[in-house]
Ligand binder design. Structure first.
Ligand code: PLP
Length: 521
């Protein structure tokens, strides 16, 4: 191993003591220290000329101690950032089977389109007459989204799925206030199988959440729902397909019951990937539903780009959609931004008009697939998930038996019962095999959940390798090879991290070791 202390020149202070050298290198996978740990204030990648003598104008407020910015030479800087970039696991690098996240391939054509100067170089404060093409794209995308969902209108500005939920519930809140029922309709019903953002959003928007139990098969029972519906209920939030990867078969009965009780039906449409081109939410009685452009419509997410969560609305809710939105008139297209033009709009939920770059990518995706291609996407996504489910069901335990799934395959930890191993151990061992783990411990309705969403963009070869790896790991677990799991991952630069502590008490600021030592004294 490189001895950094010996390499340091005698005049410069050693950057870190020998025992501080990060040592979890594996093959060519290198642990990288923080830039503060490897940088030295006396090093620079640029040659500066000695400044001419000058009189400072700070009135005696000159800095007394050095700034201690970490300095690196150009090659050191290069290596630092390239090494960091290689730690970013990505859909471009391998299968990313995170259930509920729809990590599909981001077509490069979309990226080309988003970088066209007419889209990439415009500014939201430009005169509207100079961005007519961009406004037309927003309007065309909006039209495609309403046609694909069978809904009346769409609010384009929300910037994520959860933001879309907030937008939909705020429209519902405004509609209820317009009916004069703001004081009485304060409850939102949320089934146990809902995505975690649903109850959080309802509370954030000022509603009270009532949780609805699900049936043994993971779906919502309209009879149980009906018992909870009353004059105090503003809306029900149903995720469909739900977080167990199942289609809610009684969705129409659920919508009818909600409407009969005077409530609105919010559908979490983040999983639209599984059903687009097959069923239109508008035909199911949905009043509001967000679409995740960053899932279904392939725009990059999870560190690769911002989200976008347009919300489609029924005719009953359309007048309450937030400003701004695009409208055509004789002079062309313009943004409706003021109360005078949209008196019932509940207001604005974001500065400017939404995620323009994501709109371009999503529209390119829609145009390049067409209506038949979008249907094929849904069919292939469901086929991939069922292939994974059927190929693992004899070893892992599917909680709802052999029932086909939609876009994601769910297993619980019953099969690990006698092994002394947990879902977490299994997931960590996958890293040693070169696979990003699936979503674990979500949804909460089954014990030790493992949720796999392969998406339509994996080839059969890729799925076969993934399945073969999981099968061999499962055999090892069942054969009692505990060592392989409890210490995993063995082949990663960092091993078992304290994830709870990292989430509860994250250390976000680097403290100089000498300051730490002083504090300890
Ligand atoms: C991803 C997801 C969300 C949240 O979307 P964000 O863009 O992450 O805010 C909500 N519901 C479901 C079912 C999801 O899968």
């Amino acid at each position: 191993m490189l001895d950094v202390q010996e390499q340091a020149t005698s005049s410069a202070p050693a950057p870190f003591a020998k025992h501080d050298i990060p040592h979890a290198q594996h093959g060519l996978d290198l642990e990288e220290a923080l830039i503060f740990e490897i940088g030295r204030p006396d090093v620079s990648g640029v040659d500066f000329e000695e400044p001419a003598p000058f009189v400072d104008r700070l009135g005696g407020l000159a800095r007394r101690a050095p700034l201690e910015l970490p300095g690196l030479s150009e090659p050191e800087t290069m290596r630092h950032y390239v090494r960091l970039s290689r730690k970013n696991y990505s859909i471009d690098g391998g299968i990313y089977p995170l259930g509920s996240c729809t990590m599909k391939h981001n077509p490069r054509l979309n990226e080309r389109m988003a970088r066209l100067p007419g889209f990439g170089d415009i500014h939201p404060l430009q005169p509207q007459s100079t961005v007519q093409g961009a406004l037309e794209l927003i309007q065309e995308l909006a039209r495609w989204l309403t046609v694909a969902t069978g809904m009346d209108s769409v609010a384009m500005s929300p910037k994520a799925g959860a933001h879309g939920e907030a937008c939909g519930l705020m429209a519902i809140k405004a509609a209820i206030a317009a009916r004069g029922e703001a004081a009485t309709r304060r409850v939102v019903l949320v089934p146990e199988s809902a995505h975690g953002t649903n109850p959080a959003t309802a509370v954030r928007v000022g509603f009270e959440v009532r949780s609805i139990p699900v049936r043994a098969d993971g779906s919502v029972d309209p009879l149980i729902l009906e018992k909870n519906l009353g004059a105090d209920v503003a809306a029900i939030m149903l995720t469909n397909p739900n977080t167990c990867g199942l289609f809610e078969q009684d969705v129409v009965a659920i919508a009818d019951a909600a409407h009969a009780a005077g409530a609105y039906f919010y559908c979490d449409g983040a999983n639209f990937n599984a059903i687009m081109g097959k069923v239109r939410p508008g035909d199911l009685g949905v009043d509001a539903m967000h679409l995740n452009l960053h899932k279904t419509f392939s725009t990059p997410h999870g560190g690769g780009g911002p989200g976008a969560g347009p919300v489609v609305l029924s005719a009953r809710l359309a007048p309450f959609a937030p400003r701004p939105f695009v409208k055509s008139d004789d002079a062309g297209l313009h943004l409706v931004e003021h109360r005078s033009e949209a008196p019932e709009a509940f207001g604005r939920i974001t500065a400017f008009h939404g995620q323009m770059g994501m709109f371009v990518r999503a529209f390119a995706y829609l145009l390049s697939h067409g209506a038949d291609g979008m249907r094929q996407v849904a069919e292939d996504a469901v086929l991939s998930a069922n292939y994974v489910r059927a190929s693992l069901s004899d070893l892992l335990s599917p909680p709802f038996g052999e029932r086909p799934c939609m876009h994601e395959a769910l297993f619980d930890d019953t099969w690990l019962k006698d092994t002394g191993l947990t879902t977490l151990d299994f997931a960590k061992a996958m890293i040693d095999e070169g696979y990003h783990p699936m979503t674990v411990y979500f949804p909460l309705v089954v014990h030790g959940a493992m949720l796999i969403e392969p998406t339509e963009s994996e080839s059969k070869l890729s799925l076969d390798l993934f399945i073969a790896t999981l099968r061999s790991l499962a055999h090892a677990a069942l054969a009692g090879d505990r060592e392989r799991f409890i210490g995993a991952p063995y082949h990663a630069p960092v091993r078992r991290l304290d994830e709870t502590q990292a989430a509860r008490a994250p250390v976000l600021v680097w403290t100089k070791p000498s300051a730490l030592a002083e504090a300890a004294e």
